[in-house]
Structure formats: C-alpha cells, structure tokens
Design a protein around this ligand. Structure first.
Ligand code: PLP
Length: 388
C-alpha cells in the first residue's frame, strides 16, 4: 500500500487500520465474524477452498494472522486457541527422541510440557539458566539438537536473551531457534528479524491486551517440513482460534502500539519510583540501567521495555502475599499485558515444584494513571511490612 505522496505507511499506521481492511461488498472497515462449522461444496461437488470445516480456520482468523505476520515480518503466522496449544503443537511436531534445549525456569505451562515429554522419553531435554548463552552453548549438541527454546524477557525474573547471539549458537549446531517474546510484542521486538526461526507469542497478553480471550500464535521466517506438521496438528486437533476470538484479537491489535507505549511509560515510572525502596530487596525490570540485561533489552526493544516487572520484598513470604492482597487498584490475578494492572505472588500461582523466590511479586503494569498505581502499591507494601 502506498500513500498518495508515495510514502509507505508505517507499521503503526497499517496495524491501527488492521491492514486497511475493507469489505469488498459492503465497504465495512471491520471484518465480519463467521461462526460456522462446515462449508458447502459447489455444483461440481468441489470444495470452495480454502475452508472445508471449522477446524481448517475461517476468514476472520486468517485476517488476524495476516496482521500478526505483518507485525512479525513473517512468511506465515498461525493462530491457536491459546498460547499453550501453540506451544504443544511445536512439541508434538518434534520427532520422538529429538534433542531440545530449553530454559530451566520459564513460563510454567511450557516448562511442564517439556518436563512431561522428557519423563515419557518423547523428547531428550537439556536445560540452561535463562539468558545464559554460555550454558546454552554447553547444552547444545552439534548435529543432534533440533530446537532451542528461548523466552525473553524470561518469566518471572525478566532475564534478557540476546536473540541474534542465540540464533548464531543454535544455527551453528544445526538447530532452530524459537523465541517466546510474549513480554515484548513485535511492536517492540521482531524476533524473526534478529534471526529466530519461529516466533511464539501468547496473544492472550499484549497482542490482544484486554483480558477477554486466550490465543497463541506461531510465526515463521521460512515455511518447511516442521511448519507443515504444525499446521496439520492444529487442523486435526481443532486448536485453531475461532472467529469471534479472532475478531476481538483484531480489535485489540489495532491499539497495540498505543497500549504498549503507555504500559512502558508507566512501568518505567513505577520501577524508578520503587528502586531502592526500603521495603524491597530488588526491583527486576530490564528498563532500569541496574538490570543485567539492560543494554541488550535496549537494543532488542528499541527502548520499549514493556510493562512487566517483578519485585522481591523484604520480610517473609507472608509479607509478599499481604502486599498482593492489600492492593486496591492492581487486580490480584494472573496473566499479563492487559490494559488493567495485575499483581501476583508468583510462587502461589506457579505451584509446587516450580523454582521461584518466595518473596517475589510479579506485576503487569497496565495503562492506568501511573501515579495511582504507584500510590496503590506503596500503601499495600507499607501495610504489609508494618503487620509483619
Ligand atoms: C501466558 C504465557 C504463555 C501461555 O499462553 P496462554 O495464552 O496462557 O496459553 C506462554 N508463555 C508466556 C511467556 C506467557 O506469558
């Protein structure tokens, strides 16, 4: 699309207009919702491709996929009914016995599925501390490793992985690199441009941004055998994102740049305010110069660090829990990347067997007034410390 003055509209413009969607018949600027389970054949009894049946996908979802592919600079994007169903599709597509390298701490559901696959001897899994490229390099087996999974920034400590360097390592060993950059969506980090082969996002989070659907998406730089297997898995398992949810996702993505920018501003103000606070032992936010991944994050996000951060309180585990329950503006809920701010005691939510600091509080900073968020957390923290 070229504007009259020969200027190519920027990504922000194209996304705000949902790639300038225009219904050819009605002129509607918003795509339709198509709740349908089956599609009729034509008079010659030929299927009117590309859809035969609900599990194949639908028009709204395909338009949402085009928007994500544009955001990601991808050859193709595939939407799933949740981030987890997208992650499991990748795991299922790996050959039995394949060697994979994954972070030892990451999003708990994905880690669980890798641990489960290892336990059943479906996959041969090696672990590395998130963000540690030397350890990743040691875990790689040249010629044998098939996939490296990197989550950056990494839950819940927000370690940053240098995607370009990780891609070089993975490729040097003959493996593919998959990144989970859910915390910094493609308006900030385009993982494929840094050399990742597959980009995963929980679209439940920033891409949708309104906490009203779950969705997951995989995008690739180059399609191939593994991709075809993933496509088939989604189709036969019926884990494709459905029309109404895709419609909500399109609606959400139109404001992605705006929401993400505001969340970043708010999180920076919040992190700067609480860094060095006497009731906190640490503020973990890649946007702070004190964060070990700051320089890489700066480069990898274009200084758009996002709204995710964690703090470690002083006192006891109960101090952290009391701080969470004492918040009045932050919702005490899991998830992230929505317009509303959330707070959670990560150890309680992740469950037993997941290594996380007992006094760690994870915050998803939304688009509210930053001063309100700071005041709310301040009062909750002070009350929790006084009562401990
Ligand atoms: C939420 C999340 C997932 C899982 O996605 P769902 O949409 O909840 O299934 C995976 N990775 C990260 C980093 C997440 O935050």
């Amino acid at each position: 699309m070229t504007a009259p003055n020969n200027r190519t509209p920027s990504l922000a413009t194209r996304i705000a207009q949902a790639l300038r969607y225009l219904d050819p018949e009605t002129g509607a600027v918003i795509p339709p919702i198509q709740p349908v389970a089956t599609y009729a054949r034509d008079r010659e009894y030929q299927p009117l491709k590309p859809y035969w049946y609900r599990r194949d996908g639908n028009e709204t979802t395909v338009h949402a996929e085009k928007i994500v592919a544009e955001l990601e600079d991808a050859a193709e994007s595939l939407l799933f009914s949740s981030g987890m169903s997208a992650a499991v599709a990748v795991i299922d597509a790996m050959e039995t016995g394949a060697h994979v390298v994954v972070p030892e701490v990451m999003y708990h559901g994905v880690l669980d599925r890798f641990q489960n696959a290892a336990k059943k001897r479906r996959l041969d899994v090696s672990y590395y501390p998130a963000g540690d490229l030397d350890a990743m390099s040691v875990a790689l087996r040249p010629g044998e490793t098939r996939l490296v999974w990197a989550e950056t920034p990494n839950n819940p400590y927000w370690e940053v992985t240098d995607i370009a360097a990780a891609a070089d390592l993975a490729h040097g060993a003959g493996a593919l690199l998959l990144t989970d950059c859910t915390g910094t969506p493609p308006c900030a980090t385009r993982a494929l441009d840094f050399g990742a082969d597959i980009s995963f996002h929980s679209a439940t989070k920033y891409l949708n941004g309104h906490s009203d659907i779950t969705a997951g998406v995989l995008s690739v730089r180059k399609t191939g055998e593994l991709w075809n297997e993933i496509v088939l898995t989604r189709k036969l398992q019926g884990t494709v994102l459905q029309s109404f949810d895709a419609w909500l996702l399109i609606r959400g993505m139109r404001t992605l740049f705006l929401r993400y920018e505001r969340a970043t501003e708010n999180a920076l103000a919040f992190a700067r305010h609480f860094e060095g606070h006497p009731a906190l032992e640490a503020v973990l936010y890649p946007g702070l110069p004190s964060h070990p991944g700051h320089e890489i994050a700066k480069r990898q996000t274009g200084e758009m660090f996002g709204g995710m951060l964690s703090v470690i309180t002083t006192g006891t585990e109960q101090t952290a829990i009391d701080t969470v329950t004492g918040c009045e503006i932050f919702y005490p809920a899991t998830s992230l990347g929505g317009v509303e701010s959330l707070v959670e005691h990560r150890k309680t939510v992740s469950g037993e067997g997941f290594p996380v600091h007992p006094r760690l509080i994870r915050l998803s900073i939304g688009i509210e007034d930053a001063a309100d968020l700071i005041a709310d957390f301040e009062q909750a923290l002070e009350r929790a410390v006084v009562s401990s």
